[in-house]
Design a protein. Sequence first.
Length: 102
Amino acid sequence: MIQYKGEPYLIGGGDKGTKKTFATQEIPYGVGDVIYMFSDGVVDQFGGPMGKKLMKKRFVDILMSFKHLSLTYQKQLLDQKLKSWQGDEEQTDDIIIIGIKL
């Protein structure tokens, strides 16, 4: 897995007056590659046995554990894993995950 980081700006406001400069990144790809994009709300979601954040490493480990499956099945598994992690905790932020198979 190769990770590409975006810019550290809020998209929905909050930092008015800040000049936002977005760099263009060219990402090499091949047939069969999968691109995952997700919001910080995914990894910031509280839950688990200790009520802690999911965190990026744990989320990436989840993705990698079923990367060989179809995207449709991955979506179902991700829904289950996130709901299981969240348990009785309320959703703390927006959650969006996009998977694109090339």
